[in-house]
Write a protein that binds this ligand. Structure first.
Ligand code: SF4
Length: 72
């Protein structure tokens, strides 16, 4: 079964495939407003409401686990 999770707040949202997420934390490190947090080896995006659509997180994931993002 596919394990895709979506976090959404107002006009900002992100969809992540948690089966693909390996906990590399590249998105955690690159995001300037701390949208992402790593919990038990998987990323969560509980702070998506702070997203500034800077696009920085979109290229850094080594497994392309960020499937869709409102910044695209
Ligand atoms: S687009 Fe920028 S601000 Fe938004 S989640 Fe990605 S790195 Fe963070």
């Amino acid at each position: 079964m596919v394990n895709i999770k979506k976090w959404e707040e107002e006009e900002h949202w992100v969809e992540i495939d948690l089966d693909l997420c390996i906990g590399a934390a590249e998105c955690v490190n690159v995001c300037p407003v701390e949208v992402y947090t790593l919990i038990d080896g998987k990323v969560i995006a509980d702070n998506i409401g702070e997203c500034t659509d800077c696009l920085a997180c979109l290229d850094v994931c080594p497994t392309n686990a960020i499937l869709n993002h409102s910044a695209w």
